[in-house]
Each structure stands twice: as structure tokens, then as C-alpha cells.
Design a protein around this ligand. Sequence first.
Ligand SMILES: *[C@@H]1O[C@H](CO)[C@@H](O)[C@H](O)[C@H]1NC(C)=O
Ligand SMILES: *[C@@H]1O[C@H](CO)[C@@H](O)[C@H](O)[C@H]1NC(C)=O
Ligand SMILES: *[C@@H]1O[C@H](CO)[C@@H](O)[C@H](O)[C@H]1NC(C)=O
Ligand SMILES: *[C@@H]1O[C@H](CO)[C@@H](O)[C@H](O)[C@H]1NC(C)=O
Ligand SMILES: *[C@@H]1O[C@H](CO)[C@@H](O)[C@H](O)[C@H]1NC(C)=O
Ligand SMILES: *[C@@H]1O[C@H](CO)[C@@H](O)[C@H](O)[C@H]1NC(C)=O
Ligand SMILES: [Cu+2]
Length: 373
Amino acid sequence: MRVLSFALLVAFFQGLALGQTYSQDDIISGKALQQMGKTAYDTALKRLDGSESNCTRDTVHVRKEWRYIPGPERIAFVKAVECLMEKPNVYPNVTGPKSMFDSFGVLHYHLTPAVHNSAYFLLFHRLYIWTYEQKLRDMCGYKGAFPYWEWGLDAGGVEKSPIFDGSETSMGSNGAKTNKTGGGFFGGGSGGGCVTAGPFKNYTVNFGPNTARDPLAPNPRCLKRDLNTALCAAFASIKNTTETILESTDIESFQANIQGDFRYAGARKWSLAVHGGGHFTIAGDPGSDFFFSPLEPVFYLHHGQIDRMYFIYQNLDWANRQTMAGTITMMNQPPSRNGTLDDVLDISPVGGSFKYRQLLDTVGGSPFCFVYE
Ligand SMILES: *[C@@H]1O[C@H](CO)[C@@H](O)[C@H](O)[C@H]1NC(C)=O
Ligand SMILES: *[C@@H]1O[C@H](CO)[C@@H](O)[C@H](O)[C@H]1NC(C)=O
Ligand SMILES: *[C@@H]1O[C@H](CO)[C@@H](O)[C@H](O)[C@H]1NC(C)=O
Ligand SMILES: *[C@@H]1O[C@H](CO)[C@@H](O)[C@H](O)[C@H]1NC(C)=O
Ligand SMILES: *[C@@H]1O[C@H](CO)[C@@H](O)[C@H](O)[C@H]1NC(C)=O
Ligand SMILES: *[C@@H]1O[C@H](CO)[C@@H](O)[C@H](O)[C@H]1NC(C)=O
Ligand SMILES: [Cu+2]
């Protein structure tokens, strides 16, 4: 009896720690997510105390939401991305890709069937965007904060988002308005054509789409966007982001909920879910392309937020949240074995080779040293 009540007490306090007691008001206003983020940040930093690695409270990189990064730093980020678009492609024997930026697209194209709706989704994308960040720093001298995109902040109008407003401190505008049949979520958003203003207006998408006969052959074209506020509000709101974290009790349900993996009954209510929601809030070409979406520069801000959710989820119960679940093929097609933390992720020639186990902790372990603010 005493054991039972002790267990209940522990469960109660764990519930508090995990924030399961937040009111709907606090969830919708963002107060809950803010507190969860703060707890995760503090928990991660605490691991640095007494650590013998060179990742310390002084050296740790703090990732920030785009709009809370000062204007000049945002402009420097855009310049660094444009610089990466000028550095040479590292894949041999491909004619379409022209730059280091493009090489990331080739890497994602090759690995797509293994790293979505599989055991590797979260840790692959963590390494992938971190490697991109390193290239911006090492090859292009970027010194500022690496940005993420909190979609829910734009659920009232993506067109006026500081990411998409077309100003020089944005990531470029919406696409030009085009006539569309249909409507609703997938009938399209408020653009559809080429980006008309701001950064990346002149960026040439060099290859793709994945439906092309040779997806890696040259196919130069403009960057198109079709911003979709209704979709953002329905699938990637602050409430959706917060409850996806709160309602996920283990890594298997977390990765199912974040991707709306319909194999899991509990994940079906999320439909597109925040991952698809963020992607299709941008939409367009190559933003809608499952294989080539990283050729859309905002991809990295979107996946920054996915990784931030993972960071928060992990650090709300760090001792129990360093596990992996699922198999090594997309939707387990073709059927495959379970992934393990001792599997190796090799992203050469773009980046390095690591055991998945090394990618669990964003601080203090090899190779990462970052937290989310
Ligand atoms: C820590 O040292 C490693 C190896 O020398 C280096 O690659 C890494 O960039 C350093 N990290 C920081 C945060 O200084
Ligand atoms: C590239 O193509 C050349 C000529 O066809 C071939 O000899 C070489 O093995 C290829 N390299 C790679 C890495 O596929
Ligand atoms: C869009 O549709 C309207 C009405 O059918 C037509 O007048 C207009 O020319 C179309 N615009 C484009 C860009 O196709
Ligand atoms: C795009 O290119 C044109 C022509 O070179 C140039 O005038 C314009 O400033 C460029 N726009 C941006 C946003 O870089
Ligand atoms: C996602 O958020 C929207 C807006 O807050 C809400 O209407 C919708 O019900 C949420 N979805 C789920 C599955 O809770
Ligand atoms: C694979 O993982 C699932 C749980 O995610 C487990 O039920 C199953 O037994 C595992 N299969 C093998 C062969 O270990
Ligand atoms: Cu991906």
C-alpha cells in the first residue's frame, strides 16, 4: 500500500515536471511551451557543469527563433546561405547540382527512404541541419545564431511573417499569386508562383523534381512558394506543437505524432501533423517535394523547429528519453529490422560518420554543442 501511494506520488510529480497540468489557456497562449522550453534549456545546460569536453556554458551555441535574431544577424545568415550556393558541389558524376548548398539536396534525395517515418527520422535530421550550420560557419564565416521557425507564431498570417515578408531581413517573399482550381488546404495558399521580393528572389533551383526522369539532371527554374495560413493554423499551431510534446509518452509515439504516422491510431488525429504542416505551409517548388525540399532555404528553419521539439521532448525527462524506436525503412516498406543506436550514419561526402548514439545529446557529447532558446 505504501509502495503504491509512493508510486502515485512520484507519478504526480513527474506529471508536474512534464507539464501535464497546463491549462488550455496556457497551451494556446504559448506560455506552456515557453516554460517547457526553459526547463529543457536549463536541463541541457546543467549537463555541462563539470563536463570535461570543450562544450561549456561559454561556448555553447544558442539557436533562436528567426524573429528574435537581430536584423543585421539575419542579413548575415542570408549572405552565408548565398555564399554556400557559390561553393562547389561535392558529389561526383551529377550534372544538375552546382553548389555545396545543392549537395545537401543530393544527400537528402539519396537518404529519403531511410530517414522518414523510420527509426532515423529525428537523429538524421538533427545531424543534417547541424552539418549545414557548420558549413555556413566554416565555409562562409557565419558567426550568428542558427535560426529556427516557430510556425505557430505565424498562424495568424504567414504572408506577414518576418520570415516571409519579403524585406531584406526575411528569407524572401511569398510566390506570385497564381490562379488555382480547388482551394482549402491543398487547393493551395495565397501564392504559387516565383518568389517576388527579398532574399532568394534570384536564386535558381538547379535540379529536381523527384518525378523527373533524371532527378539529378539540370533543370534550372525559379523558387516557388505558396504560403498557406489555413494549413499552418490547422496543423502547426502553438497548441499543436505543445500538445504533440505533452501527449507523447515515448519516442515511438513522439515520432509518430510529429509526423502524423497513420500506422499509429493515436497519431491519426494530427493528420498532416506539425512536420507536414510546416512543409506545406511553405509549399511550392521545391518546398513540396518530399525528396528535394532542402533546396528551399527555409527547410532548415523548419527542421530547426522539429529538432527543437525533439530537444524539448528529450530534456523534459532526459534520463528516459535517449532511446530509438522503429525500423530502418520508411513506413517499414520494404519490411526491415529495427534501427539501433549502434547503427552508423555516414553522410559523406557532405559531412561525417557517427553512431546514432552520438547524436542523442546536443551538448557535451560528440559532435554537437548547442541548445534551443
Ligand atoms: C571542441 O573541440 C573539437 C575537437 O577539437 C572541435 O571540433 C569543436 O569544434 C570544439 N567545439 C567547441 C564548441 O569549441
Ligand atoms: C564517375 O563516372 C566515371 C566515368 O563513368 C566512373 O569511372 C567513376 O567510377 C564514377 N565515380 C563514382 C563515384 O561513381
Ligand atoms: C486568372 O484568372 C482570371 C479570371 O479567369 C483571368 O482574367 C486572369 O488572366 C488569370 N490570370 C493568370 C495569371 O492566369
Ligand atoms: C536580383 O537580380 C537583379 C538583376 O541582377 C538585381 O537587380 C536585384 O537586385 C537582385 N535582387 C535581389 C533581391 O538580390
Ligand atoms: C491543432 O491546432 C488547431 C488550432 O489551435 C486546432 O483547431 C486543432 O484542433 C489542433 N489539432 C489537434 C489534433 O489537436
Ligand atoms: C522491434 O521493436 C519493437 C518495438 O518498437 C519490438 O516490439 C520488436 O520486438 C522489435 N523487433 C525485434 C526483432 O527486436
Ligand atoms: Cu527530410
